[in-house]
Write a protein that binds this ligand. Structure first.
Ligand code: DGJ
Length: 719
């Protein structure tokens, strides 16, 4: 009897079964929703020069049983034995296959032939979105210590065959989320981070399709795989020569992480996520966004996506209450909803060389504490926000002087400082408890309702002397970070949390589940930023994409742009302002006020609907289109040049049979015509950027959900 299980998502099915020898779970099918999965393709009885488990598209493979292809689990028993040979625990009894509501959870436990280890594979899917989630638990039931030099979260045998086309996001500080791709005829392509955080170099996600299949253009099967993990990680795509399945495996980094299981201990991996779309890479993006909005976000509303003013670029470490309040005057005038004081407010912090770790207001600058500043901000009608970096410490700080043993260190080795700071050892209970108490204290003492959590260096010298679990520091660090972030959500649900790591050094689906917004990059130069955001939006959604208008020219592309262009770039996500507002003249302030108001009105759409890109950011006429099924908003970008020919955009998120009105004009057009002929950009907002709003023009007069702001029966007043 074939034991086969189906996991339905909103529009797809993921199907697995037991191998005939009951030694592994194998992949059968991943594609359009079906109620009748096809029988698993029979495995060849004998393949010359291969072990039986080498020829199956396994869901999870372990060293010792598979030799030609990569494995997800490497076991070292410490006595010269490596690997494990599994057998499903109940080949005839029911596996744990639970369908409740739209959620299907499959759990399949296996025992090692030696009886000393247990492996449980968990797969979960939900019909409200298109993402399948997998993770594993390894338990040591033996009498001896076992180490796991590699314990990945799972594998995705993607049925595209080789050569595979692999799309990914790469970069560096100030240059994050640059799209790249590779065609893989045979061999392994691998990306990751050993930095204790997700890292700037690669995002933990790939999109895989058949090379030459044109998935990027929006057609063809494409498969997205991601790892939801804010620590060191590894993702490998293996294209076996002449194989049918390209294997994508991922999990915690296997170069610098060794998980040790003492007798009785177990390890649960972070989840890996997978999604299929018949609409190419753009369809995979849409699936990710829908999942991130529906499952990972706690809210899409303005309460956790406010318009921020952040004074970092205006003041850096020179934080003085009177000056901050002068900035707050203008921030309030232009419509900011939160005023955030960044780095530099705490004791001894006048540069990056000292003070980190001492989270009390600097007594010289704030002799009466933060109250006068907080009160002043709140009197101006804004919420108050604060910057913290709880994972790091300057050697020149009271915290370090009191607890020099609280940092990661390797005996006999001078710890490496980066930006004059060391990393606190979040693998120690007392350090994580200190971080929780410190933040609790701050958030209880002051009415802070926005917290920017930063992390400005990679973890090095990880581990601690004398600890058998020291090799697990990358896991411990990420787990400690998640624990404190979850505490913030639980105990201070009114506090909006922005995650930052020297720009986009820690962005992934685990962070999106504990933070409301993330800071994708320290690059705020508008043209460079547009490219970073274009890459970011391929894997992550608009509602988390914190973006500020600043006065910065850009690190690479310094082509001049208008003031309005800077706003239209920042409006693509969660709009913030970081300029030195005291330098803005009355005209700029008035224009800013108008643009902030426009953004606030469009925000539910920008954050709640689909987003598709038109063209590429470095070419004129690049646009980002947002649609929620009713209205469409298109942000268009050009260059400040004499325009000889009109620019037209062809919306893709309109409904063919609906007639739309272009806001602020007499133009009305059906969705079908707009798609075919395009809409001429009026360049009303700025000479090089525009915001096109397409409102339905002929809705049902009795429709209470009529999206037009002035609709007669609209349920709620226009924002
Ligand atoms: C790096 C962040 O990305 C910046 O926005 C700012 O918060 C600085 N750190 C402060 O040190």
């Amino acid at each position: 009897m074939t034991r086969q299980w189906m996991l339905p998502t909103a529009t797809s099915s993921y199907v697995v079964s037991l191998t005939p020898d009951a030694r592994a779970l194998r992949f059968d099918q991943w594609g359009p929703a079906t109620s009748e999965p096809t029988a698993p393709a029979p495995l060849p009885e004998r393949v010359p020069f291969s072990t039986p488990l080498d020829v199956a598209p396994l869901e999870y493979a372990t060293s010792g049983t598979r030799h030609a292809q990569q494995v997800e689990l490497v076991v070292d028993h410490g006595d010269g034995r490596r690997g494990a040979a599994w057998r499903v625990e109940r080949p005839d009894g029911p596996a744990s296959y639970d369908v409740s509501g739209g959620t299907t959870t499959l759990q399949v436990p296996f025992t090692d032939d030696s009886g000393g280890l247990r492996l449980t594979l968990t797969l979960r899917a939900d019909t409200s979105h298109d993402v399948v989630e997998k993770s594993v638990v390894v338990e040591n039931r033996s009498e001896h210590t076992v180490t796991l030099p590699r314990v990945f979260s799972g594998a995705w045998p993607v049925p595209v065959g080789a050569p595979a086309h692999v799309e990914y996001l790469t970069g560096a500080w100030g240059h994050e989320f640059t799209p790249a791709s590779v065609d893989l005829p045979a061999g392994t392509f691998s990306i990751g981070s050993r930095q204790g955080v997700t890292g700037h170099v690669f995002a933990p996600t790939v999109t895989v399709s058949a090379a030459g299949g044109g998935s990027g253009g929006g057609t063809g099967d494409a498969y997205g795989v991601a790892l939801a993990w804010p620590g060191s990680w590894c993702l490998a795509v293996e294209a076996p020569p002449y194989g049918e399945h390209v294997r994508v495996s991922c999990g915690v980094d296997d170069e610098d992480t060794v998980v040790t299981l003492l007798p009785g201990e177990s390890f649960t991996t972070p989840p890996t996520l997978g999604t299929w779309s018949p609409h190419g890479a753009a369809g995979v993006t849409r699936n990710w966004h829908a999942y991130q909005r529906r499952v990972l976000a706690r809210s899409l509303g303005p309460e956790h996506h406010p318009v921020v003013y952040n004074s970092w670029y205006a003041t850096t470490f020179d934080v003085r209450p009177e000056h901050q309040l002068q900035l707050a005057d203008v921030a309030a005038e232009i419509g900011a909803e939160v005023f955030v004081v960044d780095d530099g407010w705490f004791a001894g912090r006048h540069s990056d060389a000292a003070g980190l770790g001492d989270w009390t207001p600097d007594p010289d600058v704030f002799p009466d504490g933060l109250d006068p500043l907080v009160d002043g901000v709140r009197e101006r009608g804004m919420r108050f926000g604060l910057w913290v970096e709880p994972e790091c410490v300057n050697p020149d700080s009271d915290l370090y002087r009191a607890h020099p043993d609280w940092v990661y260190r390797v005996d006999g080795r001078e710890p490496t400082t980066v930006r004059n700071q060391l990393v606190l050892d979040f693998g120690r209970e007392e350090v994580v408890a200190w971080a929780e108490d410190t933040l609790r204290g701050l958030l209880t003492r002051y009415p802070v309702s926005y917290l920017k959590w930063d992390m400005n260096r990679p973890v090095s010298d990880g581990g601690r002397p004398g600890d058998v679990h020291g090799g697990q520091w990358p896991v411990q660090h990420a787990a400690g970070y998640l624990r404190v972030m979850r505490m913030l959500r639980r105990e201070f649900p009114h506090v909006t949390v922005e995650a930052c790591a020297s720009g986009g050094g820690r962005v992934d689906d685990a962070v999106l589940a504990v933070a409301d917004v993330v800071w994708p990059s320290d690059e705020t130069g508008p043209r460079d930023r547009l490219r970073i955001q274009d890459g970011f939006l391929r894997a992550y959604p608009a509602h988390v994409m914190s973006s500020w208008v600043t006065d910065e020219p850009g690190l690479r592309d310094r082509t001049p742009v208008s003031f309005g262009y800077r706003f239209v770039v920042a409006m693509a996500g969660a709009l913030g302002i970081g300029s030195d507002l005291l330098r803005w003249d009355a005209g700029s302030r008035a224009q800013a006020r108008w643009l902030v108001q426009l953004y606030r009105e469009l925000r539910p759409m920008l954050h709640g609907g689909d987003v598709v890109a038109h063209g590429v950011p470095h070419e004129p006429g690049y646009a980002l289109e947002y649609g929620d099924g009713a209205r469409v908003v298109i942000l268009v970008y050009d260059t400040l040049r004499e325009r000889r020919t009109p620019v037209r955009v062809r919306p893709r998120l309109v409904r063919d049979d609906v007639r739309y009105r272009l806001r602020g004009s007499d133009v009305t057009i059906t969705g079908a015509s707009a798609r075919a002929a395009g809409i001429e950009v009026p360049w009303a907002v700025a000479p090089d950027a525009d915001v096109l709003v397409l409102d339905p023009d002929d809705p049902d007069p009795d429709d209470p959900d009529d999206p037009r702001p002035d609709a007669p029966n609209r349920r709620s007043p226009a924002p």
